[in-house]
Ligand binder design. Structure first.
Ligand code: DGJ
Length: 728
C-alpha cells in the first residue's frame, strides 16, 4: 500500500519504492508537512517539528495563549494567504466581502486505486491498471465556503508523486481565486542549491546551479507560454550532490502557459518550494458550486544524484505522459525544408528533395512554413489555412502522392494559434484576436494571437485543419507558435473575468489538440514554438516530440540538449543536422559532428540535401543508417551525462545504456580544442561490471569501462566529435 493513513494521529504517509512523503492534520486542523526524502519505514516524523516563540510570528486564535504555535514558522502542506504565514502562500482569494483571508482546515480524505485525471488538462495516466493510487485530502474554509481538494497521484514503483488542487465554492457568493498553485513543499532543514534552466530564443534551457539565499529565488513566465526564457522545471539539491550521488528533488509543471516556481528560505532556515500557474494578473471567479482545477505538478526525489532523478522523469514521461502511436517509436527520420529553402520553394523543389532523401535512407519530407494563403514571407496569411496551389504548382494531394511515390511519408507545418493582420481571416474576424478594445496591438514577427478561449475560433481551426489533413496523405504535423502573448483581453469574457484568459487560452488549446490528436491517431505531431519555447510536459501529452531549438548549430546544441536532458527524455527532443556556416551563428562544424550531436534525440535534417557533394552524401547515408539502428537504444536506454558542456575543459560526453545493459553508446564532442591538452578521463556508467563489451575489435569488461574508463585522445581541428558503440 503506497498510501497509509494513521487515523489516531491523522498522519498521511506516501511511500514509493525509494522515497517517503509525509504530512499530518495537526492541531486545529492545520495541515503540517513532515518529510519528503529517502524512504523511511514506520516512523511518525512529527518529532522534527520544534515550536518556538518567535517575535512577529503571530499565533492563530485557536492556539489561545500558546505563543509557540505559529503558521509563520510551521512547515505547512498547503499554505493559504492572510492567516499569519508571511512566506510565499500557495493559494489566495478575494472573498465576497472583499477581504483577503483564506483559512482552510482539514475536513477529510479519500484513498482510491488508480490515478486521478484533470478535466481539460494534461496529466500523467496509468500505463497499467493498478499502477497508481490517489490520495485526496479535503480542506475547507468554513467562513467563505471554499473547499480545497489536494490531490496526490502515486506511481510507487516509478518513484513519482504528482500533485494537483481542485477548488470548489461550497458557499453561495462568488469567491475570486487570485492564486492557485499546484504544489508546495516545506523542507524543515537542509542547505540547498537551486538548479534551473533559463535561456532565450535560439538558446533554450541553459543549466544554472546557484546556492539558495535567505529570501526567495524564483523563475516564471508571463508570456502565455512556458517560454524560452525559463523552463517550468526546477531541482533542489544538496551542496555536494552530483550526477551519481546526493539528494535532489525535481519539480516539473505539466502546463504550457504562464507559470511560477520559487524556493524561499525563511527566517528559521526552512526552505519552501512552490510551483504552479503564474498569479500575476490571475483572477478566476467561482460562483456557487463552481470549481477550478490547477495544472498538475510532478515531483521526484533521488538520493543517488541527478542521473537517477533524470531516469525517473524520462521513464514516467515516456510511459505515462506521452501518448499515441508514436509514443515509443519507431519514429521516422525526416528532412524539413525550412533551412533549405525558407519561403522560396514550390512543389517541384520539394519533390526533388524527396527523391534525394529516399536515396539517403530518410523516411519523411516535411513541408514547413509558406504553403498556404499568400505566404511568401512572415508578414502575412497566418489564419488563411488554404493551400496555395499556385505557388506549389499542384494540389496538396498531388504533392503528397509524389512524395509518397518516392518512398517517403509527407508532413506539414501549421501555426494555428496565430493570425496575420494581412489575412482574410483577420479582415473578416478582427475580434478573434487577443486585444483590448481601443488599443493597438504589440506586433511580434508581425503577427497577432487568436483568442483560443473563443469556441468559434477553435471551431474554425478544427474545421480548417481537418479539411487540410483530410485532403492529402499527411502523416506528420509540426505545430508551431511564434510569439509571446501580451495585452490579454477577450470579448467573450466579462470585465471581471478577464484575469481568467491566459488559463482559458491554454484550456482552449488543449481541447483543440485533444480533438485533433484523437481524430488523427496515425499522424505524428511535433510541438514547436520558435524551437523550444514551449518544451514542457503539458505539450508532451499531445506531441511525443518537440523541436528543441531553432538553433541548429552543433556546438550550441550541446548546451541546449544538456539542459533539456534533466527532465525530458531523448525521444522527445527534435534534433536536426543543418548546413554550415550555421544559419543562426555562422559557425562551421564538420558534418560528422553535426550528425553525432543530433543523434541523442529524434533525428532529422534541415538543409538542402540536393546540394550535398559526393562525400557528404556518403556521410549523411551513413549517419541516417546509424541512427535507425541506434534509435531503440536512444529512446529506451538510460541516458547519462558524463562531461558537461558548461565545464571549462570544453568537452561534452554523454552515453546511452540499453535496459539489459548489453550495449552502450558513448558520444563526445569538443567545443574547444587545446594544444598539449591535459589528460581527460571518461568513466562510463550503468554497465554490467561482469560483462565483456566489444568495440573496434577490442574487448573491455564493464568494470574496466566504469572504473578505469578511457583517457580521451587529444582532439584536434575544428569542433571534432566521436562516437563509440560497445556491445557485449
Ligand atoms: C519557427 C520554427 O521553429 C522553425 O523551425 C520554422 O518552422 C519557422 N518557425 C517557420 O516560420
Amino acid at each position: 500500500m503506497p498510501i497509509l493513513f494513521d487515523d489516531g494521529k491523522k498522519l498521511f504517509t506516501i511511500h514509493t519504492a525509494n522515497t517517503t512523503y509525509q504530512f499530518m492534520a495537526g492541531p486545529y486542523g492545520f495541515l503540517l508537512h513532515l518529510y519528503y526524502g529517502k524512504r523511511i519505514e514506520n516512523q511518525d516524523m512529527s518529532y522534527l517539528i520544534i515550536n518556538r516563540d518567535r517575535g512577529f510570528s503571530g499565533n492563530p486564535y485557536d492556539a489561545g495563549c500558546d505563543r509557540t504555535f505559529s503558521l509563520d514558522t510551521l512547515p505547512l502542506e498547503y499554505p493559504a494567504a492572510g492567516t499569519g504565514d508571511f512566506r510565499t502562500c500557495a493559494a489566495s482569494v478575494i472573498n465576497p466581502d472583499g477581504s483577503l483571508v483564506l483559512d482552510p482546515r482539514y475536513s477529510g480524505y479519500t484513498i482510491h486505486k488508480g490515478k486521478y485525471s484533470l478535466k481539460g488538462l494534461p496529466a500523467l495516466y496509468e500505463e497499467q491498471e493498478g499502477e497508481a493510487e490517489t490520495l485526496a485530502v479535503t480542506l475547507l474554509d468554513s467562513v467563505c465556503g471554499l473547499e480545497i481538494q489536494l490531490l496526490y497521484g502515486v506511481f510507487a514503483e516509478k518513484d513519482i508523486i504528482t500533485r494537483a488542487v481542485i477548488f470548489t465554492n461550497r458557499g453561495s457568493n462568488t469567491i475570486r481565486l487570485t492564486k492557485a498553485l499546484s504544489l508546495n513543499v516545506d523542507f524543515l532543514y537542509g542547505e540547498f542549491d537551486f538548479v534551473h534552466f533559463h535561456g532565450r530564443h535560439n538558446m533554450e534551457r541553459q543549466f544554472e546551479r546557484i546556492p539558495l539565499m535567505q529570501g526567495t529565488q524564483s523563475i516564471s513566465s508571463n508570456r502565455g507560454t512556458s517560454s524560452h526564457q525559463h523552463n517550468p522545471g526546477i531541482i533542489l539539491c544538496g551542496k555536494n550532490t552530483g550526477e551519481d550521488h546526493g539528494d535532489c528533488y525535481g519539480f516539473n509543471l505539466v502546463y504550457s502557459g504562464n507559470f511560477s516556481a520559487r524556493a524561499e528560505v525563511d527566517q528559521t532556515g526552512q526552505t519552501r518550494v512552490s510551483m504552479g500557474m503564474d498569479y500575476e494578473g490571475f483572477c478566476f471567479s467561482l460562483g456557487e458550486g463552481e470549481s477550478f482545477t490547477s495544472p498538475e505538478a510532478v515531483m521526484c526525489h533521488s538520493s543517488r544524484g541527478f542521473a537517477a532523478l533524470s531516469h525517473r522523469f524520462h521513464r514516467v514521461y515516456r510511459h505515462n505522459l506521452c501518448r499515441g502511436r508514436y509514443q515509443f517509436g519507431p519514429r521516422p527520420v525526416l528532412v524539413n525544408n525550412w533551412e533549405a529553402t525558407y519561403f522560396n520553394f514550390d512543389g517541384q523543389k520539394l519533390i526533388q528533395i524527396a527523391a534525394k532523401a529516399a536515396k539517403l535512407g530518410i523516411d519523411m519530407l516535411v513541408m514547413d512554413d509558406g504553403w498556404f494563403g499568400g505566404r511568401n514571407c512572415d508578414n502575412s496569411s497566418l489564419g488563411d489555412w488554404f493551400v496555395n496551389e499556385k505557388k506549389l504548382g499542384m494540389s496538396l494531394k498531388t504533392l503528397a502522392e509524389e512524395v509518397n511515390k518516392r518512398g517517403l511519408k509527407f508532413g506539414l507545418w501549421l501555426e494555428p494559434e496565430m493570425i496575420s493582420e494581412d489575412s482574410d481571416l483577420y479582415r473578416k474576424n478582427p475580434r478573434w484576436v487577443i486585444l483590448p478594445p481601443d488599443r493597438r496591438p504589440v506586433r511580434s514577427r508581425n503577427q497577432l494571437v487568436l483568442d483560443m478561449s473563443q469556441e468559434q475560433v477553435r471551431n474554425y481551426l478544427f474545421e480548417r485543419i481537418c479539411a487540410i489533413l483530410d485532403s492529402a496523405n499527411i502523416e506528420y504535423v509540426k505545430w508551431d507558435m511564434n510569439r509571446s502573448i501580451n495585452g490579454w483581453y477577450s470579448p467573450s469574457l466579462s470585465a471581471e473575468r478577464q484575469g481568467e484568459l491566459p488559463h482559458r487560452y491554454m484550456l482552449g488549446l488543449y481541447e483543440l489538440l485533444e480533438k485533433l490528436t484523437k481524430k488523427y491517431p496515425h499522424i505524428m505531431f511535433e510541438g514547436c514554438s520558435g524551437g523550444g519555447g514551449r518544451f514542457d510536459p503539458g505539450m508532451l501529452h499531445y506531441h511525443p516530440q518537440i523541436w528543441c531549438s531553432d538553433n541548429t548549430d552543433a556546438v550550441a546544441r550541446l548546451k541546449i540538449q544538456y539542459g533539456t536532458s534533466f527532465f525530458y527524455p531523448a525521444s522527445t527532443v527534435g534534433s536536426h543536422v543543418s548546413a554550415v556556416p550555421n544559419h543562426q551563428n555562422g559557425r562551421t562544424t564538420p558534418l560528422k559532428t553535426r550528425c553525432i550531436t543530433a543523434l541523442p534525440g529524434s533525428f532529422g535534417y534541415e538543409l538542402d540535401i540536393t546540394a550535398l557533394d559526393a562525400e557528404e552524401v556518403q556521410t549523411v547515408s551513413f549517419w541516417t543508417a546509424q541512427y535507425k539502428k541506434l534509435q531503440p537504444l536512444i529512446y529506451e536506454g538510460l541516458y547519462y551525462r558524463l562531461l558537461s558542456p558548461f565545464e571549462p575543459h570544453g568537452i561534452s560526453a554523454w552515453q546511452f545504456v540499453s535496459p539489459d545493459k548489453s550495449c552502450t553508446l558513448l558520444c563526445t564532442a569538443a567545443s574547444d580544442v587545446q594544444a598539449n591538452p591535459q589528460n581527460l578521463r571518461i568513466a562510463l556508467k550503468g554497465l554490467d561490471a561482469n560483462k565483456t563489451y566489444f568495440c573496434n575489435d577490442r574487448s573491455y569488461t564493464g568494470a574496466a569501462l566504469m572504473h578505469g574508463g578511457f583517457v580521451l585522445p587529444g582532439f584536434a581541428g575544428d569542433y571534432p566529435a566521436e562516437m563509440l558503440y560497445f556491445e557485449s
